[in-house]
Write a protein that binds this ligand. Structure first.
Ligand code: HPA
Length: 250
């Protein structure tokens, strides 16, 4: 039996360990030259389209942001034939309109991470490679995500700069102020190196960020995991709906 080509790969973030609306056909274990992905890759059908899914933090939500094997996840998705990747990322909102529960499609990124395996281009090179990263996300895919949001009547911020912090701790209020001064609108822990690695593999990659809290110092009181997970639960309902509209557009 011939399997249908893959229309979309989804990398799920915090709060999205599975896609409830995906009719699962099978799970596939992929070993990569870069080690093991966050788990088996789930294949399924969504609105008649072949979608594959990997939860970035593992099915049991045990892999913290700085320990995710970003290279293995992306390599595995490409190996299976995915060309378009939707990354779902939980973020803290820095910009005022990025309130908890809202979705945003970032168009720029700043990398504050360190010590993560951040490139495919380091060993056994014929020559040094510098990828262009002026516009870090696929503009066509961003457009389709924003369009799908409109189709589904979901309130989505259509631009923003994503600052990637190292984690797993949250930021200090001063760090968030410094990020805002640098131009950041939201802060998360998983945007990098994933976004750059996707470009190195020539994948069409874009992010749907889900605001789980106001960033440190921008809301009332301390940020709790309880608050983060509650708001993500709300936002992820919109993400699942958005996906149904997105796959038919691709
Ligand atoms: N900071 C960093 N990462 C996050 C946050 C935050 O406030 N919320 C969800 N992921």
């Amino acid at each position: 039996m011939k399997t249908k080509p893959i229309d979309l790969a989804v990398i799920g973030g915090t709060g999205l360990a599975d896609l409830e609306n995906l009719e699962i056909t099978h799970r596939e274990v992929v070993h990569t030259p870069y080690g093991e992905p966050s788990g088996p890759i789930t294949h399924g059908m969504l609105a008649g389209h072949h979608v594959i899914f990997v939860p970035r933090h593992g099915a049991a939500f045990r892999i913290p942001p700085h320990r995710v094997n970003y290279r293995a996840n992306l390599w595995a998705l490409r190996h299976l034939g995915a060309a378009q990747i939707l990354a779902v990322n939980a973020v803290g909102g820095i910009r005022d309109d990025l309130s908890p529960g809202r979705l945003a499609v970032p168009d720029q990124i700043i990398d504050y991470t360190w010590g993560r395996c951040h490139t495919f281009f380091e060993d056994d090179l014929d020559r040094i490679v510098h990828i262009d990263f002026t516009f870090p996300y696929s503009q066509p895919l961003r457009g389709e995500i924003i369009g799908a949001g409109k189709d589904a009547d979901i309130d989505i911020a259509d631009s923003g700069t994503y600052a990637t912090s190292q984690g797993p701790r949250l930021e200090s209020a001063a760090e968030v102020d410094a990020m805002a001064t640098a131009g950041a609108d939201m802060v998360g822990m998983t945007g990098m190196p994933e976004t750059a690695l996707a470009r190195e593999l020539d994948l069409s990659y874009a992010s749907c960020a889900v605001v789980s809290n106001r960033a440190a110092g921008r809301g009332e009181g301390p940020i709790t995991m309880d608050e983060i997970l509650r708001n993500l639960d709300r936002g992820m309902k919109d993400v699942r709906l958005l996906l149904e509209h997105l796959v038919v557009r691709l």
